[in-house]
Design a protein around this ligand. Structure first.
Ligand code: ADP
Length: 446
């Protein structure tokens, strides 16, 4: 069986969040089960692939060509789709995001003929199932929702002028949502199977509270929707062999954790107190603003904060200011830093993740793998992966009271080391989830 992944991110080539971790590691787990996956990724600026040819496709009434590159990473083959407007430093955040990913989808649809399964990820690839239904290629399609909050919404006038798709697809193929084009919706409606990244989130998105306006659509397609929990690349995220850490450790040789902790406190200029790590995109979803609101209360409880993140500019400024005001108690590093993220996961005593919603969440899995009990809101994938008082701590409400309650629970536990070790011994690998995907592909391929 030949499987194509189509996605906008894949670690280590392009990463904004958990999508990249999944696309970069699930194919390796599938390979261990004997399945070959080819990943189709935009050829972003800086990715060193070797040129293998080109593909022609139609866009905005013109014939266009995309250069094609190959690169292999840890035994998995990537096809890089070279469109000039991806030669930028980061994947998204530009005014022409929609247009660029529409081009990417149209070009890629020309390349996936011959694959039995085409597995499209998030709105950036959501056109693929619809294009299959229009006969552009033959494979069965799987569409995975990594985050329902980003839907790929645009006006229909430009969409049709760019894609040249028949106008009847507007209503007939589910593109229309409240008078606009909605690619997420089209992915859900047209795919043979829809998955999302945790069982709990699979249910939450069918409710008005969690459905981001698409709960009705999801309820109508519930029969083909299932939640498959994300795994972790446990080779890459491995405190016993992490090149970014000076002191390797695991649950049986735990002493290294305290040494990494000491290094982290020194590096960030923090006093010796229980230190909570936070590594995150600064987005509404993540509830980072709740940490800001709770900061005085957190200081009163006697914890430090080690914060790494970027996104919302207001939150970035606020944390820079707080770090000035609370020297020795709160450290903030702005930006995306792979190595520092590893050091925070390893060196912190707890990990704070007060998400308002969370499709799966990888950060809490990484924290547990590194023996750093996560303090999380009881929602989405966090509910499916953290056991309160056993492997981490949970609170209910997305507000200051909730955050402080979670941290109090953490501080109250008489034996946090046993929680840390129990968390480390849990299996968060891809082995189980990869089997679930394989079973789904087999079901579809018949
Ligand atoms: P999301 O995909 O919603 O951003 P996840 O918890 O699923 O959240 O995945 C986040 C991933 O991105 C984790 O691997 C986390 O370590 C990483 N990450 C987030 N922010 C940063 C940052 N500023 N620097 C380094 N890694 C980060």
């Amino acid at each position: 069986m030949r499987v194509a992944f189509v996605a906008s991110e894949a670690f280590p080539f392009a990463k904004v969040g958990g999508l990249a971790d999944v696309v970069g590691s699930l194919p390796q787990a599938l390979k261990r089960l004997g399945l070959e996956v080819t990943i189709f990724l935009p050829w972003y600026w800086g990715i060193e692939g070797y040129y293998v040819g080109e593909v022609w496709f139609s866009f905005a009434g013109q014939r266009e060509k995309a250069g094609l590159g190959h690169v292999e990473h840890r035994g998995v083959r990537y096809v890089l789709v070279g469109l000039g407007d991806f030669a930028r430093e980061r994947p998204y955040g530009y005014p022409d995001d929609f247009r660029r990913f529409a081009r990417f989808a149209l070009a890629t649809a020309e390349l996936v003929r011959g694959f039995e399964i085409v597995h499209a990820h998030d709105w950036q690839a959501a056109l693929l199932p619809l294009l299959r239904n229009l006969g552009w290629f033959q494979g069965r399609t799987v569409y995975t929702i990594h985050n329902l909050a980003y839907q790929g919404v645009w006006n229909s006038h430009e969409f049709y002028a760019w894609t040249g798709l028949p106008g009847e697809t507007y209503y007939g193929a589910g593109l229309e949502h409240h008078g606009s084009i909605n690619l997420m919706k089209a992915g859900i409606v047209n795919a043979d199977a829809v998955t999302t990244v945790s069982p709990r989130y699979a249910w939450e998105i069918t409710t008005p509270e969690g459905g981001e306006g698409l709960d009705g659509v999801l309820r109508a397609h519930q029969g083909k929707l299932r939640g498959i929990l994300n795994g972790l690349d446990t080779e890459y995220w491995n405190p016993a062999a992490d090149p970014y850490l000076k002191h390797p450790y695991d649950a049986d040789n735990f002493a290294g954790k305290a040494l990494n902790r000491k290094e982290l406190l020194a590096e960030l200029g923090l006093e010796d107190r229980p230190t909570l790590g936070l590594v995150s995109r600064f987005a509404y979803q993540k509830g980072i603003d709740l940490v800001v609101e709770a900061v005085d209360g957190l200081m009163d409880l006697g914890v430090n904060l080690a914060v790494l993140g970027s996104g919302d500019a207001g939150l970035e400024r606020t944390f820079s200011w707080l770090a000035e005001r609370l020297k020795g108690r709160l450290a903030y590093v702005q930006g995306y830093h792979e190595a520092l993220a590893h050091r925070i996961y390893a060196g912190s005593d707890g990990f704070l993740m007060p998400s308002r919603f969370e499709p799966c969440g990888l950060a809490q899995l990484i924290a547990m793998r590194y023996g750093t009990p996560p303090i999380v809101r009881a929602v989405g994938g966090l509910l499916d992966t953290v056991q309160h008082w056993e492997t981490g701590f949970m609170f209910d409400t997305p507000d200051v009271g909730g955050v402080l309650h979670g941290v109090r629970e953490f501080l109250k536990h008489p034996d946090r080391e046993s929680v840390a070790k129990k968390a480390m011994r849990k299996d968060f690998s891809w082995d189980g989830p990869a089997r679930a995907y394989l079973a789904l592909y087999r079901e579809l391929a018949g």
